[in-house]
Each structure stands twice: as structure tokens, then as C-alpha cells.
Ligand binder design. Structure first.
Ligand SMILES: [Zn+2]
Ligand SMILES: [Zn+2]
Length: 393
């Protein structure tokens, strides 16, 4: 890069675009036109003896020598841009665009470069020296475990007893795909956050011996800021991703249970392990059966005469053949009968019981025959002091 030697130390202070009176993003043709016009107007031949115009002519020629040359202009732009942002990072040497790819960028390197003893001269060396290859980055981003993800699954009563595989659609916060989470417009370069000077936090106040740190509001703790925000996430760096996974809900899960599925959360970054998925299970109630731990419950309506005289009552089981309850004579309302082995399947494969609770029903209406029968029953049982105990003492 010998041809640029003479200019290096000037670039920091010279705005060649301003000298030529063009915009920074002016096209090559615009620059050429501007140069020709200024060169003609300030040419020493047309203005003999005018030193001021002569100086101007030299400045115009110098400016055009750089920004009129595509390669030199690119280097000049890069240098000016880095200078303006106050950050001189590694890996910028001539390797073309994309020096900062997502997690590959390292704040430590940037801070070290900035605060190090190198000074401007060394930075020039970084930018223009070498063969244009990128220096190896000594510190890549560390592997990070993926985030845990929460989800809910609503399953049927029977599925909860037997276990079921459900398909879950998960949306999770991930790094924005456009900017890889940096929040900056792709192709633009970050500079150290001026608010927190790269710390990522600010001292919000002091309480006695303690100082209270808060995440820096300017950079959100990322330590770097971009002049142009990512058009996709508007600078937040966050995006969402949706995916479907199959999750096995084990047999015997209870309503409201929170199941942890290891490694089914958000994928890790830089080779880190995936996070976990937590599924909160909602179990839809059954029309007739209830659940009490490993046991199923069932309310069994019986008539007064069935309870009083005893009898056989057929009741359903879940997923099996009906069974017959033998009610002894004089079965009280609310008595619970245990039908062994007709409950929920336990983890070890054994089964809980079915708890059938008697609910004596009172007929809402009576036909003539039933009424006469009950009146006869009343006459037969008159004089039994049913409520005498309420008045004792
Ligand atoms: Zn900050
Ligand atoms: Zn983005």
C-alpha cells in the first residue's frame, strides 16, 4: 500500500468529500464531474499568481486522487467510518464486508484495541497492513445453553391416565435472524456504547456502601450500539421462531402438572446444549369419572329402596366392562365402595381403584301407586324419633 503512505496521517483530518463538494455516497461519475469543475476553476494556469486558488487546486487533486479511485475510496471510507465511531476492531483488514457476524464479534477485542497502547499508528497497521487477510479471533463467543421454554398442553381425561404423545407448536424468543441478535443493520459496524462506555450497565444510584447498577438503557446491556437499527427487529435484537415438537406426556399425569422435557427447549448457541421445555398439562374433566390421585371416582345415583333394601347396581368402569356393586340392605347415602384395580395406571404399571360413592335420590314426582306405597311406608314407620338427638341437652 505504498501509494497511500503519503495520505495516511491526513485522512483523519481531511474530508475529501467536502473538498470536492459532493455527498459521501456520491457516485463515481458525480465525483469526477465535481473534480473537473473545481480543477478547471482553480487551475494555476488560468489563475497565475493566486496562491490561495493554487492551494485549493492541490487539495482538490489530492481529494480526487483518493475518492476518485474505487479501491482507495473504499479504504478511506472505512477509515473515516471507524474513526467516527471511535472503534477499531480486529478483522477489518481488507477482507471485504461482513467483519462482524453475529456472535463472532467480540467486545473484549474492541475494548482492548481502543484502550491499548497501540495508538492510531497501529490501527493503520491493522487496517492497511498484512495481505488483507483477517486475523484469527482469539476469543470466540462461548457456548451458551438454550433458554427454557414454557408451553401448555390440554389433553383428554383418558389420555392423562394412559399417557399420550402431543404435538406442540412452540414459539420462542431467539436472536433476530437478520442481525443475529446484534440489533444493528447488517453490513454496518458497531461502536462502543457512549452511554455506558461499553460496560453494559450504568450506576443508577448509591445506597450507603452499595452502588446500584442497571442495564444500560442505550445499548440494552449489549455494550455496543449501531447507528442504524436492524430493519427486522428495529434494534431489539430479538426475534421469534416457531417449531413443532412431539412431546410424550407420561401416563397418570394430573391436571395442572408441570412436566419437564429435557433438551426440548430453545437450541443452544455456539454448540451449547438446548434448554428444557416445561409443559403445563391441563386435563379436561370426564363426563362421569373424577380423579383422586391414582384412584378414579364415580358418583352412583341409587334410589331410596335400593339403599334401604339392598340390591345390585351396575356401574361403568373407564375403558373396561361394567361391574356390579352389591349394595347391602341399609346402605347409607354417601357410602363409598371400592372397586379394586379399576383406577388410574400407576407409574409401575399397577392400577389404582375405582371409588364409587352412593347418592340416594329423592324422586321429584310420584305417581299414584308410588305415593300410596310411600304413605303406607310412612304409616308403618311413624313414631320413630329421627330428630330426637338434635334436641338432647
Ligand atoms: Zn450502553
Ligand atoms: Zn434484527
Amino acid at each position: 500500500m505504498a501509494d497511500t503512505d503519503g495520505f495516511r496521517n491526513d485522512w483523519a483530518t481531511k474530508d475529501f468529500y467536502q473538498v470536492l463538494g459532493v455527498a459521501k455516497d456520491a457516485s463515481a461519475a458525480e465525483i469526477k464531474t465535481a473534480y473537473r469543475k473545481l480543477a478547471r476553476a482553480n487551475h494555476p494556469d488560468s489563475n497565475p499568481g493566486d496562491d490561495k486558488l493554487h492551494e485549493k487546486f492541490k487539495a482538490v487533486a489530492e481529494a480526487y486522487d483518493v475518492v476518485g479511485d474505487e479501491a482507495k475510496r473504499a479504504k478511506y471510507d472505512e477509515f473515516r467510518s471507524l474513526q467516527a465511531r471511535g472503534g477499531f476492531g480486529p478483522g477489518m483488514g481488507g477482507g471485504g464486508g461482513g467483519g462482524f457476524g453475529g456472535g463472532g464479534f467480540n467486545i473484549d477485542d474492541l475494548l482492548r484495541e481502543r484502550g491499548g497502547a497501540g495508538g492510531l499508528g497501529d490501527m493503520f497497521g491493522d487496517i492497511f497492513g498484512g495481505g488483507g487477510g483477517q486475523r484469527p479471533r482469539t476469543q470466540q463467543a462461548r457456548p451458551r445453553r438454550g433458554a427454557d421454554v414454557e408451553s401448555t398442553a390440554t389433553i383428554g381425561f383418558t389420555d392423562a391416565l394412559d399417557g399420550v404423545t402431543v404435538s406442540l407448536r412452540l414459539t420462542s424468543d431467539t436472536a433476530c435472524a437478520t442481525c443475529q441478535g446484534t440489533g444493528g443493520k447488517p453490513g454496518t459496524r458497531p461502536h462502543i456504547c457512549p452511554e455506558c462506555e461499553g460496560a453494559g450497565f450504568i450506576v443508577a444510584g448509591t445506597g450507603g456502601a452499595f452502588s446500584i447498577n442497571e442495564t444500560c438503557p442505550a445499548c440494552g446491556g449489549r455494550q455496543l450500539v449501531y447507528d442504524e437499527a436492524c430493519p427486522t427487529c428495529h434494534g431489539s435484537g430479538r426475534g421469534t421462531s416457531a417449531r413443532s415438537i412431539q412431546a410424550r406426556i407420561p401416563a397418570g399425569v394430573k391436571d395442572g402438572a408441570r412436566i419437564r422435557l429435557k433438551g426440548k427447549g430453545a437450541p443452544g448457541e455456539q454448540g451449547g446444549p438446548a434448554g428444557d421445555l416445561f409443559v403445563t398439562v391441563k386435563v379436561t374433566p370426564h363426563r362421569v369419572f373424577g380423579r383422586k390421585g391414582d384412584n378414579l371416582t364415580l358418583d352412583v345415583p341409587v334410589s331410596f329402596d335400593e339403599a334401604a333394601l339392598g340390591g345390585e347396581v351396575k356401574i361403568p368402569t373407564l375403558g373396561g366392562a361394567p361391574v356390579t356393586l352389591k349394595l347391602p340392605a341399609g346402605t347409607p347415602n354417601g357410602r363409598t365402595f371400592r372397586v379394586r384395580g379399576k383406577g388410574a395406571t400407576r407409574r409401575d404399571g399397577s392400577k389404582g381403584d375405582l371409588l364409587a360413592t352412593i347418592e340416594v335420590q329423592v324422586p321429584a314426582t310420584l305417581d299414584q301407586t308410588a305415593r300410596e306405597a310411600l304413605e303406607a311406608y310412612r304409616a308403618a314407620t311413624a313414631g320413630k324419633p329421627l330428630r330426637a338427638g338434635l334436641f338432647d341437652g
